[in-house]
Design a protein. Structure first.
Length: 447
């Protein structure tokens, strides 16, 4: 018969929770002594022994035993080796069910802080690029077709806003996560006079859980992290897609530093934007983990079920993926060079100014819908005659609308962006305001 004993073993991945597990155990032991449930001497021995265990794990000398199944039992067994029978008093008034619920909350709290820091790093890089090219006009796109001129800085700040919303989602997750579950026991609470508030204060939690059954089975905070991570990676993937397009020879908008491109095994001329492409691919991986945790949770009756063991590997991988991607993008953007001459030349192509010309006619008293139709016919005329709008003589303009005058030639890409001087627009003054706002947000966050 095959040996299936390792099927339920989680020690190979839950060991990364050792610091959180030990912190929770030390707070629990101190509370037990404070309540007179165990002696102060036993608590002191337990806390000191756990310090020694943590040093062993951090130093790589801890004797892990897969036969003990999980992190908790490995630590308790080693604690017993180090301090003797007093170790057996540590588990008074708790269960592995509320213990792992606590560990996951402590770990997720740290991951959220790291994720927000990573997002701030990418925001800072975006602002840095915007400030390097504050007056550069580039084509703005809809449907991947050139649409209207915009400032490159305005484009960068669009991603700043996306990431700001991501930060808000992670912060919301952290707020709802900020509840201490220890003391819920296996599911029904514990028959000891524990001081849950003291443990919460020691571990930095704002509140304690209100229902023991919910506390041991709740993994909403993981779903929220996965969801926020999926949305953040979607935003990063959109930026990755633009970097892939912009760095192509067809566009030649940007040049990435060599460390963020790779060559081809047979084509020596290639500078492939592999880091951006890999980030785009890893986004699907993060999406998959979101579906994974939702699927694990959807059929679970109250309270704890062993299915919840499957909440960890996907979460760890999502967190690792997001954090690594954010570090890459902060550095990659920091070294990204804009081909300002190229983007400004394209932004100045006459078709990009068709909407501005329609607005020009509106300024001459033509209703917008009529002006739109005039410009549509004028653009079709230019396409069939092989001419640009800027190449037309004034008589050709007046064949389509008598309101055209010589000042029509004053409409340029630079004038177009200046005209968009409303809140949120791409006018230089508005973009300068946006940059100042972004810098203020980063400064308030310590960047």
């Amino acid at each position: 018969m095959n040996d299936h004993s390792d099927y339920t073993v989680s020690i190979h991945y839950d060991r990364r929770l050792f610091r959180q597990d030990i912190a929770g155990s030390q707070a629990h032991a101190a509370m037990l002594a404070g309540q007179g449930i165990i002696s102060q001497q036993d608590a002191d021995d337990i806390i000191a022994g756990l310090d020694a265990v943590q040093d062993e794990i951090a130093g790589g000398t801890f004797p892990w035993d897969a036969g003990l199944e999980d992190l908790h039992m490995n630590i308790e067994r080693r604690l017993t080796d180090l301090i003797g029978p007093a170790a057996g008093r540590l588990h008074t008034g708790r269960s592995r069910n509320d213990q792992i619920a606590l560990d996951m909350r402590l770990y997720t709290r740290e991951v959220i802080a790291d994720t927000i820091a990573g997002l701030r790093g990418v925001q800072a890089a975006l602002v840095g690029r915007a400030e390097r090219y504050p007056a550069t006009v580039m084509p703005g796109y809809t449907h991947l077709q050139r649409a209207q001129p915009v400032l490159f800085a305005h484009h960068m700040l669009a991603y700043f806003e996306m990431l700001q919303r991501d930060i808000g989602r992670f912060a919301d997750c952290a707020e709802r996560l900020d509840v201490m579950p220890l003391g819920s026991g296996a599911l029904a609470g514990v028959p000891y006079p524990t001081d849950r508030r003291a443990v919460a204060d020691a571990l930095g939690f704002a509140d304690i859980s209100a229902n023991s059954m919910d506390a041991v089975s709740d993994r909403d905070f993981l779903v929220e992290y996965h969801s926020a991570a999926a949305i953040a990676m979607m935003h990063v993937s959109r930026l990755a897609e633009e970097i892939v397009i912009w760095s192509s020879r067809e566009f030649e908008f940007v040049r990435l530093a060599n460390e963020f491109t790779t060559g081809s095994s047979i084509m020596p001329q290639k500078r492939n934007p592999d880091f951006a492409e890999i980030a785009r691919g890893k986004t699907g991986r993060v999406y998959g983990h979101l579906m994974g945790i939702l699927t694990v949770l959807k059929g679970l009756p109250l309270t704890y079920n062993r299915d919840l063991q499957e909440d960890k590997e996907g979460f760890f991988d999502t967190a690792d993926t997001v954090l690594a991607t954010l570090r890459v993008f902060a550095d990659m953007l920091g070294g990204m060079e804009l081909n300002a001459g190229r983007v400004e030349a394209l932004a100045g192509e006459s078709y990009m100014l068709a909407t501005d010309l329609a607005d020009y006619l509106v300024g001459k008293g033509v209703p917008f819908r009529e002006a739109h139709g005039i410009m549509r016919r004028l653009c079709l005329y230019c396409e069939t005659s092989g001419r640009g709008l800027s190449d037309l003589p004034i008589d050709a303009y007046r064949n389509f609308a008598p309101q055209f005058d010589a000042d029509v030639y004053d409409i340029t890409a630079a004038a177009s962006v200046v005209a968009r001087d409303n809140p949120g627009g791409t006018a230089p003054g508005r973009v300068a305001d946006g940059l100042a706002r972004a810098r203020g947000i980063l400064a308030e966050a310590g960047y």
